[in-house]
Ligand binder design. Sequence first.
Ligand code: ZN
Length: 435
Amino acid sequence: MRTLIKNAWILTMNEKMQEYKDGQIVIEDDKILYVGKPKEFDSIDNIVDAKNCLVLPGMVNTHCHVSMLPFRSLQDDCPDRLRRFLFPLENACMNEDLAYYGACYGTGEMLLSGITTFADMYYFMDKVALACEKMGIRAVLGETIIDQPTCDAKNAVEALKIGEKFIEEWKHHPLITPMLAPHATNTNTEEIFRKAMEIVKKHDTLMMTHVAEMDYEMTYFRNKYNMTPIEWLESISCLNQHVLAVHCIHINEADIQLMKKHDVKVSHCPVSNLKAGKGIAPAKDIMENGVAMGFGTDGASSGNTLDLFIQMRMFAGAQKTKYHDRSLFPAKEIVRIATIEGAKALRIDEQIGSLEVGKKADIVLISLESAHMFPVYDPYSILVYSANASDVKDVFVNGKQVVSDRKLKVDLSILREQLQKEMKEFSKKAEELSK
Ligand SMILES: [Zn+2]
């Protein structure tokens, strides 16, 4: 099967940052066969006209809890929301059906916004994986390990077993990369972290964990160990190239040097962090030291919308303000973080993240037709400072078109109806807790 994308303004996001103003892409099955100037090809089965569109690699969301979609807009401004609403609601009402339908809807929202790969930490990951398969999105998925009873495990030891079984069952899937996700540095014991790292090393995959996010997490490590969470991870031999450290808001220069030394990856979630007033991660220092960093939306409970356009714009504003420097993080660099750098953070940049021959055909067409998308002096600037999710016109994942002319292949209204039905108990309990 061959698809031709023609009349395309291509931003390849490759090492040389090559662009083609009137270019074409040929997809063969799941891979990119050609990127460049117009050229004749035989046996084209399908033609997509990209006239008046920017064409770029699918965006990479490095941190999410997609099944938390039912929490969106619930008590957004409430202090200690995690312990007052999130944990109790999860324990009372989250089940495999709600996780599945939440993931179907959430992945639909991501595809509509041009995200073709996301990394996720949650429960019932086999159901989340099935939802990804149905929706046709690429995903890096890890079972949450936390030292308390949860909706799918009675303790962290059981969660580790569930997590490893999930890795074994899904590790050869074309769209799914299974990993492990110990919840946070302060919500697991040293022993559990060491066991999780053993499993991660055995399967050569990622360990995603929340790090240096909360003020009380920082106080806990200072008082108990006189260390930062990053130093603690190193002291227990759990800081290495397998670690995807999420948030990293409260890290210092010494932490960054340790992260560099151990080739740790970072997921930065600017919208979620700003909304909760947690602080601004030192992204300039992280990236200047060559530490791989991508953007994360976080769950719909924390970051609210599951798209990277808002992340890019808020990131630009927050970083320029933090360092008092307008020239910091030019738009081109920010689009790199949303694509190829995100792929590096997830250790799958050999497969995705740029439009290059031989890579997987994860491709997004962004329309320039809306009022706010004109004029275009700089395509990266228009993406960072003007575009939003509704400008995404067509999306391909693994060579298959999953969004066509702003519509999902799977009917969004049906997904919403199914999710709403599953949310009955959840909504009732949410209202009770809110009283
Ligand atoms: Zn998170």
